[in-house]
Design a protein around this ligand. Sequence first.
Ligand code: SD4
Length: 344
Amino acid sequence: MAINRRNFINLSSLGIAGFSLQGFINTNQVKVQKPIVIATWDAGINANKGAWEVLSKGGTALDAVEKGVMVTEDEISCCVGLGANPDRDGHVTLDASIMDHEFNCGSVAFLEKIKHPISVARKVMEKTPHVMLVGEGAQQFALSQGFTLESGNLSETADKAYKEWLKKSTYKPVINVERQSPTSQLEDKYKAPTRFANGDWNHDTIGMVALDIHGNLSGSCTTSGAGFKLRGRVGDSPIIGAGLYVDNEVGAVVATGQGEDVIRVAGASAVVEHMRQGKTPQEACRLVVEKIKRIKKEKANDIQVCFIALNKNGAYGSYALHDGFNFAVQSNDENKLINAPYNY
Ligand code: SD4
């Protein structure tokens, strides 16, 4: 049965136990919503389209999450791929990870001049006995696999932003407070109102999790990390268990926001474990966000952390520390942006 808005409304008005507006799950009679893909931020709309081309033809979640985030890596945005903002020394350095339904995983960190870090991460997973390659070694490996070395020149947008940053040269990561990036390439119909615009937006990520028609989950994550970061800084996105985790018996989770604080709590893995204990995807995300808030105390005001989660039944949910995070959901040919619930 196609799960659409009318089914949601009918079921909810009947008060069926276990029905949840964050997805579709009936605990008495579980219906699996598949295929389905969800991705972080407004860039997730275009990324989902890439993933849906694979999923709608019966392709695997693994292929879908790679193809999906490649769309964002190709877009000139401030935060993903080679067009992104550089580190404080003026170099774009990229982190990415991918994980399938059988605990296979691969990642790259501090990778330079390679266009599709997510595909290098997949090669690490499939062609090496390792999980993670970094820096020069990751680049050498990429070249050995046929990837091309790109110029390393900053995109026009990043060059402008870097020159602006150099005037102050302060290192103060700023939480993502806007629902759309200044360089958003979304069609107007998807654009959400920008709130709390302060002009300081400086980091972002595309993270994606998908459930395919065969009932398998996979996830991917790719980013330039925090804009104007210290050279060599690596965030949560390439750390399996922090930025990304998939357990096919339970669910798949990806994180975005202040990576250091996601790493501290093994964020994505922690969300999966809460789902294993019976929490809904949204509750599981909320519990980990609240833990980060407790740990950070008053410093929680200054950071943003967000999770999106998809369980093995295709129910999804999200939770953010602050207002301003949204994510895109594609299923049954509908692709929509949802504002995540938040703590503050
Ligand atoms: C990082 N988590 O490198 C990434 C950045 C991010 O929204 O997701 N920004 O810390």
